[in-house]
Design a protein around this ligand. Sequence first.
Ligand code: ATP
Ligand code: MG
Length: 359
Amino acid sequence: MSNRTYDIAVIPGDGIGKEVMPEGVRALEAAASRFGFSVRQQWHDFASCDYYARHGTMMPEDWKQRLGRPSALFFGAVGWPDTVPDHVSLWGSLLQFRREYDQYVNLRPVRLMEGVPCPLAGRKPGDIDFWVVRENTEGEYSSVGGRMFPGTAREIVLQETVMTRHGVDRILRFAFDLASKRPRKLLTSATKSNGIAITMPYWDERVEAISAEYPDVSHNKFHIDILTANFVLKPQIFDVVVGSNLFGDILSDLGPACAGTIGIAPSGNINPEGDHPSLFEPVHGSAPDIAGQNVANPIGQVWSAAMMLDHLGEADAAAAIMSAIETVLKEPGLRTRDLGGRASTTDCGKAIADAIRTA
Ligand code: ATP
Ligand code: MG
């Protein structure tokens, strides 16, 4: 066994999560054998609605002990609305990991690849290639607030946005750092300081302050309204885009949608310092409408494996997975149904693993 060994907590979850996860793991194993590291897989059946049906909760009380100290969590998808309401399955699983492991960065690549139909007219691969960085722990999604005079004509409802110096600075540093490693070295900040008069000017101020630590990164800012329009109209102008919890939430769905099918997009919930494990998962959900048919596109899961390896320091292995994905997408006979092809989940996954081994 090589001295580079990673303990991966494998959590397939529900629906197509259980079908795409084996393909994600197949890619990991192929990359491990090619690049001389080892992956120790530890599979878990919790954080799923099946587990809920048997135990009445999404996860055991002692889930942290059961996970131990994994190098990373590799997650499929959660949710089965027929048996468990979405807010229960989500709060009981993914959001527990996010909070307990302080995964304060949500990271999503937006990249148009050959073989993927782009909803934006006239765009070619190469035109769209950027990252969305979302603050994942504070901001607009606070539970500070309440109702006054409920049920009366004077009813007033308030919800506070909470920004802390610690929370804002750490997400901005992550985003500037990512930009500094990219050829264009450009950071775009999402703001709305012309309308939100207290928190957003503070956000802008911290962008200026932190930018001083990154003299080789240039930065600009757009108000969220024109920024979303530009995702559609001028996606080529972006390199790394950073937003607060709410703005980042919107951008991190809009971005991957601009670059084609939801079936290929990956994401990371990251604790950059490595004090806690990070979690990598496809952007898509459990897709009950196509589950159990071996037709789901496994590329979102496989690309998540590449992000995970990159995070663990295996940049060459991550790059090999990416080029294998590109090779397979170019081949119409290896595309899944969502891309107009007829390949099964397993066909596509095996083809990617083969391409990784021979790349
Ligand atoms: P969430 O669970 O995040 O709330 P959702 O339940 O609204 O998401 P998904 O489960 O992602 O949505 O499914 C949305 C649509 O996209 C469905 O029609 C589903 O079949 C399709 N879809 C999702 N993932 C894939 C995939 N990997 N391959 C093919 N189609 C997919
Ligand atoms: Mg769902």
